[in-house]
Design a protein. Structure first.
Ligand SMILES: Cc1cc2nc3c(=O)[nH]c(=O)nc-3n(C[C@H](O)[C@H](O)[C@H](O)COP(=O)(O)O)c2cc1C
Length: 353
């Protein structure tokens, strides 16, 4: 099966059913994968890990690690599964995913629907052959009062099972989650996380990078605080960022006022502004994974030039299919050559107004 043939059918059914069908087809390897090409210019080392290319599948697509190993067949350098929580939870009431077709965007208010960490790790254990870097994105259960307990529990559970771990405190669909990004709370939170990481590092005798995924809706003061706290805690990386609760004026779709996080094309400008600012505030000392509105090689290249070391995509796959990964890689290689960069790492932070 090929995505361009499937798309008209998938767009006729509701987004969540379409998503579940896609996961099922991918899990059983029923979707045609393209010929995958790797480019020496795109190979890169970030937080001590070798990536064959900087294009990643963003979190939220494969919440239960049901199909991540087959996603590598589409040419991704890395795949992030989750968000997974300690216990299974059903998430918010349906409908909770909306396609804003005119805007090439999505609004979701899923609320960390997932089958819980035990199911997730069973799936991970079955797929030991991985043709790329595998990240696990962790979050808290809706009814957990002391959030840090869930994150420490999941850190211990996942540490030996992935190449990196993302701490997600930026989903807009879990009440009060984003409050963890506030300066006082964040400092205490990250101190606890990174002290546990030291224990786990010694226990397993390996260093697993821990990344923090932040919202694109932080104001200048909040961005400054996050940059300071991230530097102080020596965090391994930042993901900038999650979906936005803002609604750009340009939105056309009748779904534009649905509650939830907006992703896709209209998120590009906002997420680029935050990326650029945080890169400056952290003086390029913390590797950044950029996500938000990427729908072409030019978009990915701009994120790299604004300070990203790696990029992730989600919404554009709904509109263009996974064939897009190989196209972005090929064109990114051309863009680098055109500007005289031998390696992608040479282009990081080179953006000039
Ligand atoms: C339907 C949907 C579900 C998502 N679920 C998660 C999630 O569980 N955890 C997470 O960290 N991000 C989640 N995201 C956010 C994406 O990982 C990404 O940060 C965001 O969509 C911006 O990238 P994009 O514009 O390329 O989609 C989700 C996004 C969408 C569209």
């Amino acid at each position: 099966m090929n995505y361009s043939l499937l798309k008209p059918f998938l767009f006729k059914i509701n987004p969540e059913t379409a998503h579940n069908l896609a996961i099922c087809a991918l899990r059983h390897n029923l979707v045609c994968a393209p010929k995958v090409t790797e480019y020496s210019s795109l190979q890169t080392k970030v937080f001590g890990i070798d990536f064959k290319n900087p294009i990643g599948m963003a979190a939220g697509f494969d919440k239960n690690a049901a199909c991540f190993s087959n996603l590598f067949n589409f040419g991704f350098g890395f795949v992030e599964a989750g968000t997974v929580t300690p216990k299974a939870q059903i998430g918010n009431e349906k409908p909770r995913i909306f396609r804003l077709v005119e805007d090439e965007a999505i609004i979701n208010r899923l609320g960390f629907n997932n089958l819980g960490i035990e199911n997730f790790l069973n799936n991970v254990a079955k797929k030991t052959k991985r043709n790329g870097i595998f990240g696990i994105n962790i979050g808290k259960n809706k009814d957990t009062i002391n959030a840090i307990d869930d994150y420490l529990f999941l850190l211990r559970k996942t540490y030996a099972q992935s190449n990196y771990i993302t701490i997600n405190i930026s989903s807009p669909n879990t009440k009060n989650l984003r409050d963890l990004q506030k300066a006082d709370e964040l400092d205490l939170f990250l101190t606890a996380i990174f002290s546990e990481k030291e224990n786990l590092k010694n226990l397993h005798n390996k260093n697993i990078p821990i990344l923090l995924k932040i919202a694109p809706d932080l104001n200048a003061e909040e961005q400054q605080a996050i940059a300071d706290i991230a530097l102080k805690n020596n965090i391994d990386g930042l993901i900038i960022g999650n979906t936005t609760i803002s609604r750009p004026e340009s939105l056309q779709s009748k779904f534009k006022n649905e509650t939830g996080g907006l992703s896709g094309k209209p998120l590009l400008t906002l997420s680029n502004a935050v990326l650029r600012n945080i890169y400056k505030l952290t003086k390029g000392q913390i590797p950044i994974v950029a996500a938000g509105g990427i729908s072409s090689a030019e978009d990915a290249y701009k994120k790299i030039q604004l300070g990203a070391s790696l990029v992730q995509i989600y919404s554009a796959f709904i509109y263009q299919g996974f064939e897009m990964v190989e196209k972005v890689k090929k064109e990114l290689d051309e863009l680098l050559k055109k500007d005289g960069f031998e390696k992608i790492s040479d282009a990081i932070g080179t953006y000039k107004d």
